[in-house]
Design a protein around this ligand. Sequence first.
Ligand code: ZN
Length: 320
Amino acid sequence: MLIQPKEDLLADSLVHAIAADGAVRCMAAVTTNLVAEAAARHAASHTVAAALGRTLTGALLLAAGVKELDRLTVQIDCTGPVGRITAEANGRGQARGYVRNPQADAPLNAQGKFDVRAIVGEGTFYVTYESGFDIGLYREPYRGSVPLVSGEIAEDFAYYLARSEQIPSAVMLGVLVRARGNGDHFIEAAGGIMIQIMPGADEHTVRAIESSVGQTPHTTTMIRHGARPIDLLQTALGEIPFEVLEEKTVEFACTCSHARALALISAMSAEEVRAMLEEDRGAVMTCHFCNATYHVKESELEQILHRIEKEGLDEAGRNA
Ligand code: ZN
């Protein structure tokens, strides 16, 4: 059953703040529309919508704390039926993602919730940071990984931060799928909170945060009742004052286009392009990240083939 987006929602947004003189970094986001769009684009099962939505939200929260970031990718390589989850976020609040098997599903767990752990199973949690491209520098991407400890995603983000980056963190991620009277389902609420304890945070602050986080309701319960990211932070931080550094809208956005599809074909060999022409009289390319389909016409393939063959001749001429 397709998950329908819910109408009449405020734009999704994210807040990045600091507390305790910078010793605590905190981010919160409402991602209801973004998760609804991801689920609809991939015709995801409810359990996959929850898994992908949590991963996209976690990637956006993690990306918000990084300076000069071009792109952050979270990849969950796992043995469960979902196969693999990939989520990408940039510093401008855009995210996109996909899973290997969007139809993977499992019965509700003992608490009556989507059993994300059952479709994820065991595996490895990877985070890749890329930066420098926008200003013409090439820096080696930084990649960290940890084994999955939970499969429920939020705990895996927290374990990654603690283990790979030595940042003790509290991470809450939620996606709430609800049924309409007519049997359709929709994403009623999605979002998350991430609190990172940096070196130098004092004992009192850490204990106060642990206590208030422990009493914080589910993020989706708060969002369903109208909470915005700043309200989520206020609840999670309790009495601790915080300073907002940035507030921005977030959205599902992909970088694919017809021109990029043509560029991909241009990088193929003449034989491959000739086969597309002779066997299919065109090409259909689907973007993994957003499921958009690009139809490449016979005449476009002919032009590309002509160019590849000409380059091949020029190359041969130079090497002669
Ligand atoms: Zn795309």
